[in-house]
Write a protein that binds this ligand. Sequence first.
Ligand code: IMO
Ligand code: MG
Length: 431
Amino acid sequence: MPVTCVYGMQWGDEGKGRIVDLLAAESDFVVRYQGGANAGHTVIVGEEKYVLHLLPSGAIQPATINVIGNGVVVDPWVLIEEIDELAGRGISLDGRLLISDRAHVVLPHHKTMDQALEALRGADALGTTSRGIGPAYGDKFRRAGMRVADLLKPHRYEDLLQANTGAWNAILDKAGLDPIDVASVIEETRAVGERLRPYAADVTTILLEAWKAGRPILAEGAQGFGLDVDHGSYPFVTSSTTGPAGVSAGTGLPPRALDRVVGIVKAYTTRVGAGPFPTKDTGPAGVHLAKAGHEFGATTGRPRDCGWFDAVLARRAAFTQGATSVCLMKLDCLSGMDEIKLCTAYELDGVRVDAPPAWAGDWERCEPVYESFAGWTEDIGGARRFEDLPATAQTYVRRIQEILETPVEVISVGAERERFIPLVEGIPVGV
Ligand code: IMO
Ligand code: MG
């Protein structure tokens, strides 16, 4: 597996961390290429649960080198907390963490701005994670961002910060919030800059050398296709390119370096934050899924909305991003449901729709067209082969594979590391 990308095919929280952890065992490098501390990637090993926001999910494997690419927006305080927390639990990142000197930094005022902008939106708030993601990427793209390289050069940093905060202070004033106190930001960031210094590097050069030497590299996506800034339910999205299309921009590896693209999808759909969700179920099915899947945000603790598998979204995520395989997560959470529904198309104003509409308002009004499947009652947590699954579960999985036109590579049947069914070649559809 020279260069593999793992990305989310829904609205985040698909179980990317769990798959990255599995694949990391055979990767020399795990690289985050976009997003920031808005991610919440969970890895469960035995009795231990790890929730990672900025550290790549290769952190839990003992030998993997973890890389934060230039496309990530780095909150130094969150990162340091994560490094220290893992160290406290006996996992050292010394010599195993690299941070791109080109990565942009999330500063306290970005988080304040995130909240202020949400307050200004009022009823139209996006429901962001308040992690400063939009303002930090906004600064990057308006060419007024602060990078790790700047943090390591205090003089340059102070001048830049002075120059770049003027526009923000005008907005903060309008929202009735205190202006950014540049002197105190400088003071606060001095220490964190020094903590990051040992990890900062031109990671693109390191990754290019590794790629040329044929060493296995795993690119770990955060968020999901429905939250992609271009292809998602804009404006109810995050501020980055979430799929494999973001890997080259966010690491410096060339696009042709990617050999394998693994899409992660839950056997149902969840969403946290505002925005369209046509297959949302507010009845007993939604309650069942929320409970069985413990559907609470790993970053914010907010309850996630739950509903049926949305193949309009997942198909688009598979086709546009070129998934070479799919991992189907949390199939076990469907156990005990009489009927399982799968949305294969939408209807909008009486017209059939096969791709997500451009306008979130239209997407919101879409009515799902469902296929119905019989459920199963068995606990499938112990299944390790496809044949171990009840026939009804096999039928449902085969149908998903057929609709996505992409082989299912792994079926997850529980949160623990070993609870999955490996199917590298996919399930023979005709069997
Ligand atoms: P992982 O990597 C689920 C959602 C927020 C909000 C929108 C914009 O764990 O799958 P932002 O803070 O990014 O500006 O918020 O995106 N969101 C996520 N939802 N999982 C995530 O990450 C998310 N990261 C952002 O809830 O709707
Ligand atoms: Mg999450």
